[in-house]
Design a protein around this ligand. Structure first.
Ligand code: HEC
Length: 297
């Protein structure tokens, strides 16, 4: 490989130095002040704030949470999510349907606004004990992941409901926060008249899968599309599909996909309902609209 400098030798030294800083960021022990978070409403950027600016508009505190990625308690420095939303979007945020978070790696969960009204969500930006702002993700091969700029956590200690949700509404490396006034993913919804089992499967899919995977191009961009052009129910044997959802590591060594949360009491049934939903969607395929890799156009 060519040394990096030769590619950029025509650049003035200062530009080169900052490019180097981008390629090899210094280990950050607190919030990285240059790392801006974008706030959007229905696709349009309304504000962009550094973490330090956010710290000036909302009251920070220390919060102990159960950390589902590490299966132990941890204490983070946090900003209350409701106060941040009110400051950035105004009071209107409470009338929105969902808030879509986009992480640096393409993980994209959408959290119902109701959840923020009924539970206390917080944006963590540093570790309380000044250790690096990272965690060891036991759900994903013990990968050590940086958490900044922002990490969504919940005051979950003592809440059965939040503990059961596990890590599903806890995105880290949040770089964009988008307010959606209507439902976020119309092409992911099963056809009207679908059975109760399929409807429940859809809810499970939204909660446990859609942050990483897309259906008809909608959802998170961290993992493969599951419905278009060929649905996974068409090319994966049914017994393997269920096993993949419950324990992917028993099929593919070192896979980055986490199994369905151990904290879910009726995992087998949840997996079966998700498969029922996926079968229904295999008969409701739509070409992803904004996908440059789409070969059908
Ligand atoms: C944290 C992100 C994440 C979540 C959550 C997740 N997956 Fe995955 N999934 C992945 C990744 C990454 C891959 C690719 C893994 C590999 O190739 O080893 C994958 C692969 C798959 C595959 C195999 C696709 C193929 O063609 O090889 C299926 C099927 C699948 N996931 C279904 C699901 C279902 C159903 C859920 C919800 C119960 C889910 N996933 C939740 C990240 C995730």
């Amino acid at each position: 490989m060519k040394p990096l400098a030769s590619h950029f030798s025509y650049l003035p030294p200062l530009v080169f130095a900052s490019l180097l800083a981008l390629a090899f960021p210094a280990p950050s022990f607190a919030a990285n002040p240059d790392n801006k978070v974008e706030f959007k409403k229905e696709g349009k950027v309304v504000r962009a704030f550094s973490v330090d600016r956010l710290r000036a508009i909302a009251l920070e505190r220390a919060l102990e949470v159960f950390e589902p990625h590490e299966r132990r308690n941890r204490v983070y420095r946090v900003l209350p999510a409701r106060a941040v939303f009110a400051e950035v979007f105004g009071r209107d945020w409470e009338k929105a349907r969902e808030i879509v978070f986009t992480a640096i790696d393409g993980y994209q969960p959408s959290v119902p606004v109701k959840k923020f009204l009924h539970h206390d969500g917080y944006f963590a930006f540093a570790n309380e004990n000044r250790e690096p702002f990272t965690l060891t993700n036991k759900l994903q091969n013990n990968e050590v992941v940086p958490l900044g700029p922002l990490y969504l956590v919940w005051n979950n200690i003592g809440s059965k409901e939040l503990l059961e949700a596990g890590a599903s509404d806890m995105p880290y490396q949040i770089k964009t926060i988008e307010l959606k006034m209507k439902g976020a993913f119309p092409n992911m919804i099963p056809p009207s008249g679908s059975s109760k089992q399929v409807q429940r499967g859809f809810e499970h899919f939204r909660r446990h899968c859609a942050a990483c995977h897309t259906i008809n191009g909608e959802g998170g961009g961290k993992a493969p599309e599951l419905n278009y052009p060929e649905s996974i129910v068409e090319y994966i044997k049914p017994e393997y599909l269920k096993r993949w959802i419950l324990a992917p590591q028993t099929i593919r060594y070192n896979t980055m996909m986490p199994g369905l949360g151990e904290e879910i009491s009726n995992r087998e049934q949840v997996a079966a309902e998700i498969i029922a939903y996926l079968k229904t969607m295999s008969r409701a395929k739509r070409a992803p609209s904004e996908n440059p890799g789409d070969i059908s156009r």
